[in-house]
Design a protein around this ligand. Structure first.
Ligand SMILES: C[S@@+](CC[C@H](N)C(=O)[O-])C[C@H]1O[C@@H](n2cnc3c(N)ncnc32)[C@H](O)[C@@H]1O
Length: 147
């Protein structure tokens, strides 16, 4: 994702801030970074961040952010937690806050079809577990995203 110093990055589902900490350790540190999570308790565990970086409580389905306000959007271990039926609307919302040509970076575990992996994942994460490959497939189908 390599954000430049002048790029604005938002990390959705930031949790306890692992992506933010990794970014802060890089040699080039973007000045404007926002971490968003639905859980205030998770955000309370983020710890100190570089000056100017901020945290907000918010849901990925309706981000309280202006259109085209970020160059890079990261979503790490978030999208597979959503109900597959919600993915198109969520991806449109992510697209809305990215500027034209902005980058979406996701880390989404793939659960192989067949065998016991899927029932176990569904039991652990709930019925909304997105099938392997559905996130990139849905993103590619979404107007405005180019995989
Ligand atoms: C598995 S954690 C991943 C945290 C972090 N991105 C990481 O890679 O370590 C998923 C996070 O997404 C948040 N989350 C789940 N559903 C969400 C939603 N609809 N909107 C915003 N955050 C959500 C959870 O509160 C949790 O902190």
């Amino acid at each position: 994702m390599a954000p430049a110093v002048n790029e604005r990055l938002v990390d959705v589902g930031t949790g306890t801030g692992e992506v933010l900490r990794q970014l802060a350790r890089r040699s080039i540190v973007p000045r404007a970074v926002t971490g968003i999570d639905a859980s205030r308790a998770m955000l309370a565990r983020v710890g100190p961040l570089p000056p100017g970086w901020r945290l907000r409580v918010g849901a990925v389905r309706a981000l309280d952010l202006p259109d085209a306000s970020f160059d890079v959007l990261s979503a790490s271990y978030l999208l597979q937690l959503l109900a597959p039926v919600d993915l198109p609307a969520v991806l449109s919302e992510l697209r809305r806050v990215l500027r034209p040509g902005g980058r979406l970076v996701t880390v989404t575990p793939a659960i192989p079809p067949g065998g016991m992996a899927r029932p176990i994942a569904a039991a652990l994460d709930g019925p909304g577990y997105a099938p392997a490959g559905s996130v990139p497939r849905t993103a590619s189908a979404e107007p405005g995203f180019r995989a």
